[in-house]
Design a protein around this ligand. Structure first.
Ligand code: ADP
Ligand code: MG
Length: 353
């Protein structure tokens, strides 16, 4: 009998407490769980106001719209329906951005991958160990051109079409919270949902926000976490997608949870992790997934051409060593990993970009 080994590593090795609120230097920190992942929010509010309940309401709205684990969510009703269904404004916003990124990436990013995600065991059903014939038959109803918005109705051309917004929804949740905080007059914040981030203003020490990019090591224990690079940054969004974080091993082979919508197979190349910096977390999230599909050479070229996108790639060389490539703009935010035994605080202050 074939055996599947599912491994899930922790994206951001912070200690989370369920829905906890803490205070430091007039900054408030909130932690909790939403959409199957963890969130962590730190902000400085002139009125020292705790917005946790308003933020949790936003998360619930997201879950009612895009959670494939809620059978009554907008996305689940559409997935189960023969012809499509009604949408809400959150869904339409993410759908429209998904279409745009599909177009820009030659459909490397495609939210109609859900049947493939399920077939490979990363969705709501158990793995089916699909063979080539089965993948071919599933590909007949995968493709973003098979769905469209008609007013507020999402129309499916084929009843078997199913949507999966997991590669962009966490980013959008991050943006929603950032937008809410801004509307409340908050200027300094870090919002993080499942590893996707939005940053503004300054951190509690009055510096730029410091964000570590994980080394793509297999050991999922927080103790095994090592940083590849530290970036000092603000007023931007950052997302990381990595084949090392969620995958399964079957017959000694590793299968990534990112699927190439053209072939129907999990991506299989030397790229281990992609970190994208851009204006919104929704876009950073989707681009990071698209770049994982496209592979190093094509992604690096595309990121260099697009002045709004900066990207950092960690890949495995032919000799099995970890190597990195990044866009020129990305290097403006980078700081060296602190040398062993030397705390980050002792490094020279970053020059603001
Ligand atoms: P992570 O940040 O955890 O690496 P991603 O943002 O890359 O996650 O999203 C991965 C999820 O997106 C998969 O689990 C699957 O549900 C979905 N997905 C997989 N391949 C694609 C694709 N080519 N386009 C859009 N969504 C995808
Ligand atoms: Mg993504």
């Amino acid at each position: 009998m074939k055996r599947y080994l599912f491994l899930t590593a922790i994206a951001v090795a912070l200690v989370y407490y369920s829905c906890e609120t803490r205070h430091r230097n007039d900054y408030i920190s909130l932690q909790g769980e939403a959409l199957g992942t963890f969130y962590s929010i730190t902000y400085n509010c002139p009125k020292n106001k705790d917005y946790h309940s308003e933020i949790r309401t936003l998360y619930r709205q997201m879950e009612r719209s895009m959670s494939i684990y809620d059978p009554e969510s907008v996305i689940s009703v559409i997935n189960e329906s023969e012809t499509g269904g009604e949408t809400d404004s959150l869904f339409r916003k993410v759908f429209k951005k998904s279409l745009e990124i599909s177009r820009l990436t030659g459909n490397a990013f495609d939210i109609t991958v859900a049947p493939l995600v399920n077939a490979w065991g990363f969705g709501t059903t158990s793995p089916m160990d699909p063979g080539p014939a089965e993948i071919d038959s599933i590909l007949e109803f995968v493709g973003i051109e098979k769905v469209r918005l008609e007013g507020e109705i999402l129309v499916k051309d084929d009843p078997r079409v199913r949507l999966d917004m997991n590669a962009i929804a966490k980013g959008y949740m991050t943006d929603l919270v950032a937008g809410f905080l801004e509307s409340m007059g908050v200027e300094n914040y870090m919002v993080e949902v499942g590893g996707e981030l939005r940053l503004s203003g300054r951190n509690p020490d009055g510096n730029l926000w410091r964000i570590g990019v994980d080394k793509p090591v297999d050991d999922p224990a927080p103790a095994g976490r090592e940083l590849q690079v530290i970036i000092h940054i603000t007023d931007r969004a950052i997302a990381t997608s990595g084949s090392y974080r969620r995958f399964f091993i079957k017959d000694g082979r590793r299968y990534s949870h990112t699927i190439d919508p053209h072939t129907g197979y999990p991506v299989d190349h030397n790229l281990l992790s992609v970190t994208v910096i851009t204006g919104t977390a929704m876009e950073a999230d989707a681009w990071a997934t698209a770049f994982m599909v496209m592979g190093l050479a094509e992604s690096l070229e595309m990121a260099e051409k697009n002045e709004n996108l900066e990207a950092y790639f960690i890949y495995e060389s032919d000799s099995g060593k970890l190597e990195v490539e990044y866009t020129e703009g990305f290097s403006g935010w980078m700081r060296e990993t602190p040398p062993e035994g030397k705390p980050e605080e002792e490094l020279p202050e970053p020059v603001e970009k």
